[in-house]
Design a protein around this ligand. Structure first.
Ligand code: GLC
Length: 480
């Protein structure tokens, strides 16, 4: 049996701000199905619902040193959906209004990383592999490198590091080297953690892991170039022999148009006309004119600039002149929140801006819309387009990263394709692509064909889980 400890700063359904939580909440389940013994470690964020907390079992506690301070590490566990989750408890660090963004994020997540390593030792769980995700857990990679030189317990544990988004790197003042990481300054050089005159924790994940993965093949290739490399393309190139792109999947039990209890009517391809009923339900709920035939375009997204919202901003007035309805669900940068509020005020019959997040509404939007917009500036994988496809909602994407790998633009000569794509980061290229898609929307045969191909795409974890297992086999040097 191969034991993997999967570490993430968030996991659905416990705490979620983005796609990382969806992956941490669904990939382990798929790996377990394939015979790997995966345990998931995450912080006991205060926002985890009492209904989950009440079911957790307290295992024990230990402490870790953060500079001169000694901090409490509580360990709790809960089996959810067949997966054992372990929660690191420390109210000083995790009783916060948000998962990220406080001034002491470096300290909070270095603490978490140390706490996971301490908890493993306390419970005498020595995994074959520790699988870390994004900068928040990447200190584990370098800490393990150091600990294994002095402590037999940590010797021989292999590591895999997954980059979900290269933009967030955890770049901090070098004082954290001694004060928080408690590592010797040997690690502070160009080959180690040094990044310009700072420390880069994501770089620790790249340098000190046995293997790196990122969440699509195209993104793995793109980040070796400066345009997508976020100033780390040089380091990535150096380590590209241990870099593999594995596209994300989604949990087909959660996102299933045939069984989803969050939508008013279920459907599969044979009953795809039910989508119109869901559209009307969404229109009624959101105060839009009720019309099953008008094309509904949606975006369910963090309102962050990487999502291509400046392109949408540029063409929004022109877009809303068309005979369409637009539905936006999500929160984020105030500029974009206010932009959509303002346009809703100007075009109340065309635009519904839901500036919050609601899981239940998101399913109805995915299922009830006809088109889903994702014009990202960069996109390591993207999960929303996969959900849209599953519900027969046709994605319009910029053809980069994971979007390129999962959406095939409609080819009018062969009839192949399950979406629409454009290449340049250009607002009118986006608008023309939308107009093109709308023309096809009004050709029912072609549209039906597109929906069929969208719903037939397999984006479950089944294939990707096997690719992770191959990576695990590579680092272990044996079969699983
Ligand atoms: C990040 C990326 C997104 C990816 C997700 C899960 O949120 O921006 O593209 O799908 O992580 O890997």
């Amino acid at each position: 049996m191969t034991n993997v400890v999967f570490v993430a700063s968030e996991a659905a359904p416990f705490a979620k701000t983005g796609g990382l939580a969806d992956v941490a909440g669904s990939l382990p389940k798929a790996l377990i199905k394939d015979g790997v013994n995966v345990k998931v470690y995450m912080p006991l964020h205060i926002k985890i619902a009492p209904s989950y907390r009440d079911q957790m079992t307290f295992i024990g506690y230990t402490t870790v040193n953060m500079g001169w301070r000694t901090q409490y590490v509580g360990l709790l566990t809960l089996n959810y959906d067949g997966v054992d989750y372990y929660f690191i408890d420390n109210e000083f660090y995790f009783k916060r209004h948000a998962l990220y963004g406080d001034g002491d994020d470096a300290e909070r997540y270095i603490f978490f990383s140390k706490a996971v390593l301490a908890a493993l030792k306390m419970t005498d769980v020595k995994p074959d592999i520790i699988h870390t995700n994004d900068w928040h857990t990447a200190s584990i990679n370098v800490l393990l490198d150091f600990y294994s030189k002095h402590d037999d317990f940590y010797k021989g544990i292999k590591t895999v590091f997954t980059i979900h988004n290269l933009r967030y790197q955890g770049v901090f003042d070098p004082y954290i080297m001694g004060d928080l990481l408690n590592l010797p300054y040997d690690y502070y050089n160009e080959e180690g953690l040094k990044f310009y005159d700072n420390i880069n924790i994501l770089k620790a994940g790249i340098v000190y892991s046995d293997h790196i993965t990122t969440v699509s093949k195209s993104y793995a290739h793109e980040i070796t170039y400066p345009y997508f490399g976020e100033n780390l393309d040089g380091v990535i190139n150096k380590y590209k022999d241990k870099l593999t792109g594995i596209v994300n999947g989604i949990d087909y039990d959660v996102y299933s148009p045939l069984t989803d209890t969050n939508i008013p009517v279920n459907f599969d391809f044979k009953t795809v006309s039910n989508k119109k009923e869901i559209k009307k339900h969404v229109q009624a709920k959101f105060g839009l004119p009720i019309d099953g035939d008008i094309p509904m375009i949606s975006m369910v997204t963090r309102l962050a600039d990487m999502k291509g919202l400046d392109l949408v901003e540029h063409i929004l007035a022109e877009l809303l002149e068309l005979d369409i309805q637009l539905v936006i669900l999500g929160t984020g940068e105030h500029h974009f929140e206010n932009l959509f509020r303002y346009y809703q005020y100007r075009f109340p019959h065309k635009l519904s801006a839901r500036i919050y997040f609601d899981q239940y509404e998101s399913h109805a939007i995915y299922a009830g819309s006809d088109l889903f917009l994702m014009p990202s500036l960069f996109e390591p994988c993207g999960l929303s387009q996969l959900i849209a496809l599953r519900y027969g909602t046709i994605p319009i994407v910029r053809q980069i990263g994971g979007l390129k790998d999962t959406v095939t633009p409609y080819n009018k000569f062969t009839g192949e394709g399950n979406g629409f794509g454009f290449m340049n980061y250009n607002a009118h290229e986006l608008l023309f692509t939308i107009k093109d898609a709308l023309d096809y929307y009004h050709k029912p045969d072609i549209w039906l064909n597109l929906m069929e191909q969208a719903m037939a795409a397999d984006n479950s974890w089944e294939k990707s889980s096997k690719e992770y297992i191959k990576v695990y086999e590579t680092v272990l040097g044996r079969e699983i």
